[in-house]
Design a protein around this ligand. Structure first.
Ligand code: TYM
Length: 344
């Protein structure tokens, strides 16, 4: 029996990188009829506080928007468990057991951590300053991620490219636990890389699309109004190559990112997308095409999102049902873990 699991951080509205890197593939997976497979997806709200304190109201509304966001993308609570990570406290308990098995060295090697550490600078005093102020939660972030996955004894984890290393760590944590307690309680989960490769910033196609980018025109939200989408696409960085568009991420990163987005959104291959663009004579025509596709593709989502944001009762019902189903699995597994380590 397989169990497919993944989470997304509640960063407020979702952008097309989140959509193509996660939610779209969750939907596709949970709609394939495969008897014996269970799907668990949710909001990583405990991870959301690793980057600093936010006002309670902001976190609350981000969590709310995130749940409305995944539902508006068509995730069906009858086909998968949908829940908030924090509503299942067993994640935090397992996280502690796993923290006591994981070395600081292994955590220190995580590239996401290293890139944050390097933001201040490379010399020793910069690094000390970083360690002085950075919270331990940020360092331990991948262990919590491992606990999320393992508490359900998940077998498959669909994620984007940027999470591969965290998944690698999850596997070594699982192996470490199994070896330490002479068990094979935890399956070693496999990464299911989402088909859309990394979606890049519209303004700087050498960086990934990210909500925290100060230049908000670099990022298209699935709930953006048509005129906002049109404006952001018009401003998107391309190049000065004349004539028809073609896919070449090295030489034409901006154009290729837009082709990649089209391919993800329409579920067509890159070749197919490029073939359909053969009529395009210049960048303006190309950008109009991208805008049309995005506006049409996200129309329904945007409308559903607005409706869901007004219907607090329905959202709460989905969260409660999801929590109860998730907890049923998690409490059973944590009891086994307690027995294995002698905490029962
Ligand atoms: P998060 O919230 O950053 O991203 C959620 C998912 O979206 C993918 N993604 C992207 N894919 C393509 N292009 C982009 N620009 C882009 N941005 C984000 C990510 O790869 C991811 O799959 N630590 C995780 C959340 C998490 C988790 C877990 C995931 C917590 N516990 C357990 C899986 C299993 C994170 O911050 O993802």
């Amino acid at each position: 029996n397989s169990r497919v699991f993944s989470l997304i951080q509640p960063t407020g509205k979702f952008h097309i990188g989140n959509y193509l890197g996660a939610i779209q593939s969750w939907k596709t997976l949970s709609e394939t009829e495969s008897p014996g497979t269970q799907y668990i997806f949710g909001i990583a709200d405990l991870h959301a506080i690793t980057t600093g304190v936010k006002p309670a109201g902001e976190l609350r509304s981000n969590r709310h928007e995130a749940m409305a966001g995944i539902l508006s993308c068509g995730l069906n609570p009858k086909k998968c468990i949908l829940f908030h990570q924090s509503s299942v406290p067993e994640h935090a308990e397992l996280h502690w057991y796993l923290t006591c098995l994981t070395s600081m060295g292994a955590l220190n090697r995580m590239t996401q951590w290293k890139s944050k550490a390097r933001q201040l600078g490379d010399d020793e005093s910069d690094q000390l300053k970083f360690l002085e102020h950075t919270k331990a939660g940020l360092l331990c972030y991948p262990i919590l991620q491992a606990a999320d996955i393992l508490i359900y004894r998940s077998t498959h984890v669909p994620v984007g490219d940027d999470q591969s290393q965290h998944l690698e760590m999850c596997r070594s944590v699982a192996i470490n636990f199994n070896n330490s307690y002479k068990t094979n309680f935890f399956p070693i989960p496999q990464t299911l890389l989402t088909p859309s490769k990394k979606i890049l910033s519209l303004r700087n196609p050498l960086k990934k699309m990210s909500k925290s980018d100060p230049d908000q025109s670099s990022c298209i939200y699935i709930t953006d109004a048509p005129e906002v989408i049109a404006k952001k696409i018009r401003k998107a960085t391309t190049d000065s190559v004349q004539g028809p568009v073609y896919f070449d991420p090295e030489a034409r990163p901006g154009v290729s990112n837009l082709i990649n987005i089209l391919s993800g959104v329409t579920s067509q291959s890159i070749e197919q997308v490029v073939e359909d663009l053969a009529y395009v004579k210049d960048h303006k025509q190309f950008k109009d095409h991208v805008t049309d596709v995005l506006v049409t593709e996200f129309k329904q989502q945007r409308e559903l999102f607005e409706e869901l944001m007004k219907d607090g009762v329905y959202l709460e019902k989905v969260c409660h049902e999801g929590r109860d189903k998730a907890r049923e699995i998690a409490t059973k597994n944590i009891e086994e873990v307690r027995k294995l380590i002698g905490m029962d």
